[in-house]
Ligand binder design. Sequence first.
Ligand SMILES: C[S@@+](CC[C@H](N)C(=O)[O-])C[C@H]1O[C@@H](n2cnc3c(N)ncnc32)[C@H](O)[C@@H]1O
Length: 349
Amino acid sequence: MHAWWSPDDSVSFLEAELLRAFPGRSLRRLAPGFLGIDEVPEAGMLPMAFAGQALPNAESVAVPSIRVMAEALAQRILDHFPDDAPWRMDVTPCFGQGTAGEHRCAMIDEAVVEILRKRRRSRLRTRLTAPGPVVPNESWLQLLLTSQESAVLSVAPSPVAHAWRSGLVPFPLGRIPVAVDKAAPSRAFAKLVESEFRLGARIQAGETVVDLGACPGSWTYVAVRRGARVTSVDRTELREDLMRNPNVTFHRGDAFSFQPSAPVDWLVCDVIAAPDRSIGLAIDWVRKGWARRFVVTIKFKGVEEYPKLDRLKLELAPLCSEFRLARLCANKNEASVIGSCPLPDAGRQ
Ligand SMILES: C[S@@+](CC[C@H](N)C(=O)[O-])C[C@H]1O[C@@H](n2cnc3c(N)ncnc32)[C@H](O)[C@@H]1O
């Protein structure tokens, strides 16, 4: 079985998304917020926009004691995770209020480490603790406590974790801390920073960026601070300092009719528009090879529009080497489609 976890306010949307993705299958409710499906085909590796975290190879387990659980986890790591390869372990409470279960989770984590130290110390050297993109030989273990005595366990040895990377977020329950920068023109800058994190790629010095719907300029601000050259498109001018920045070319006009003179490294688009238009724009730019990487916000007026995201999985994901679709932690009222589609280097702007 594979499962997904979603925060309370999104479970019904995740349920609908799963039923659309896997028609005819029945869902298993493992615990509040956890939905599972048996025998998910390849498509299961596509991201679920309304899931906070994917849980490949999931099962419900009893947690009779810290020691028994830690023994079981250590054994899984020793038996299933390749030697000398990176692995992550996340033991997180997912029930009750406030700090419920946190102490128990910390004790389980410590007990696993202690067992590994005694049985195969070298394993501890390859444990990843800093957040980062899922690499090809990485293995994942997630234990999400659903009460003091029960949990959902997900074990994804290499290469399963990498195959599921579009839905695996290297923070407990997929909760990426929202970035803060008071000098940015608006808090929208956090959406671009989170999108880069999800993709595992950052805008680099010397790269070219087109920012559609750029005003007041937070996304342009992020890109120029990284040393990129940005063409910012909007009907309204950006904050004054950005308008004067030599690395910013402002283009007053319609985002949907803008065409780059040559392919760029990044398309970033935060235009306020109907979902169909933003979805169409993302697909169009990728099909035409106009951008190597993209971050496009899909804004919703109502929940009935959520199924429109499915088109991105069908039409855009197959064109991409990396594809993410998520409601960002930095903004829950919209979804972001993020991806990479390598282009030849020649001919870029
Ligand atoms: C949410 S704001 C963008 C915020 C921006 N990402 C930032 O971080 O500062 C949306 C912008 O889209 C612009 N916009 C809406 N429709 C547009 C269109 N058809 N062409 C160009 N800009 C458009 C609006 O003028 C507005 O400035």
